[in-house]
Write a protein that binds this ligand. Structure first.
Ligand code: PMP
Length: 352
């Protein structure tokens, strides 16, 4: 075979990039990716898919925007749909560039996308309660004038929300420095606080990111960005024309219109199970469990790597977070049966 020097044409920032790790082990209980554990069959949402595949999808995904608009009381002009919220994060960084500021540990895609696009990333360590280090964060905004600030609240992988007062202060200072603040509310449906949608009317540098992935529809790939039409028009310049396919638009629209009461029931069940799981974990010797407002729980245990491997051997997959939070694992809330099996196995590993 004729060969060529592939390395010589790869951009330097891509050479140094570690891709998002999705390690798949075939496990009977999958509690690693913050998905909903409740199966959703297509036939529960639509009987017949009434679309013609010879045509491109609606580039504006208007029906889906209308469904979101009705349910969450947001104007369609203030919504942009993405192929998952990942895609919208990508578009934001592509549009506004850097520096991109975010606290760590957090969702790894902010940093991965910034690096792939080739913009500067600034990371500020969370404090010991996994809240924003206010002084450092505000100093960084003032000194570095980031184009974008990402705040995942509730935060992945820690599970807590950031203090609302701190977030508000950040938005107020950011607006003076012409920085956009993106509150990533991927886990908001599981959270007891009201979130930041009500503040959109007060700050035009504020964007909210939401997704259908955590509430039962991860297979569809639908995320949405909410903000001023002025900002969305700019982001729209880099959006690929048909980024959300016709099947996804159709199914997601029907899911929001006709299946949402079921989704809400699943969410309530997950919150109930999270409280049970939290209590159970806190009673296991050798484990430190952190509070959660999301559909997963972070916990610390010595030998977390060994525990992770033993859980896999027992057919249970959780996420090893030890590279970002020492000795820690993140477990997604599953069904009652899955959670019971997980707790039983974990107890056996630790105590047996
Ligand atoms: N934001 C956060 C905080 C997440 O944890 C995730 C998924 N892990 C995403 C965004 C991406 O979600 P989506 O499936 O919508 O791309």
């Amino acid at each position: 075979m004729n060969t060529f020097d592939l390395q010589s044409i790869i951009r330097e920032n891509i050479k140094k990039l570690t891709p998002y790790q999705v390690k798949e082990f075939p496990c009977k209980i999958k509690l690693d990716a913050n998905e909903s554990p409740f199966p959703v069959k297509l036939s529960q949402i639509v009987n017949e898919i009434d679309i013609s595949l010879n045509r491109y999808p609606d580039p504006d995904a208007l029906e889906l925007k209308k469904a979101i608009s009705r349910r969450f009381k947001i104007n369609t002009n203030n919504i942009m749909i993405g192929n998952g919220s990942d895609e919208l994060i990508y578009y934001l960084i592509l549009t506004f560039g850097g520096p991109v500021l975010y606290p760590v540990p957090t969702f790894s895609m902010y940093g991965i996308i910034a690096q792939s696009v080739g913009v500067k990333k600034i990371e500020s360590k969370l404090d010991k309660n996994f809240d924003i280090n206010e002084k450092e964060f505000i100093d960084l905004i003032k000194k570095k004038k980031p184009s974008l600030i990402f705040l995942s609240s509730p935060n992945n992988p820690t599970g807590n929300t950031f203090s609302a007062d701190k977030i508000l202060k950040i938005i107020e200072i950011a607006i003076k420095k012409s920085s956009i603040v993106v509150i990533d509310e991927a886990y908001h449906p599981f959270c007891s606080e009201k979130g930041f949608l009500p503040f959109l009317k007060d700050f035009d540098n504020l964007l909210i990111l939401r997704t259908l992935s955590k509430i039962g529809l991860a297979g569809l790939r639908v995320g949405y960005l909410i903000g001023t039409d002025k900002i969305l028009n700019e982001v729209g310049k880099v959006r690929l024309p048909y980024n959300v396919d016709a099947l996804t638009q159709y199914i997601a629209t029907h899911a929001i219109n006709n299946f949402y009461s079921k989704i809400k029931k699943f969410i309530r069940e997950i919150i109930k199970e999270r409280e049970i799981m939290h209590k159970e974990l806190s009673q296991i010797k050798g484990i430190r469990v952190y509070p959660s407002e999301a559909n997963f729980i972070l916990f610390k245990a010595k030998n977390s790597k060994e525990i992770h491997e033993k859980l896999i051997k027992a057919g249970i997959l959780v996420r090893d977070i030890s590279s970002v939070v020492k000795d820690s694992l993140r477990v997604t809330i599953g069904t009652k049966e899955e959670n019971t099996e997980f707790i039983k196995t974990l107890k056996n590993i630790l105590e047996g």
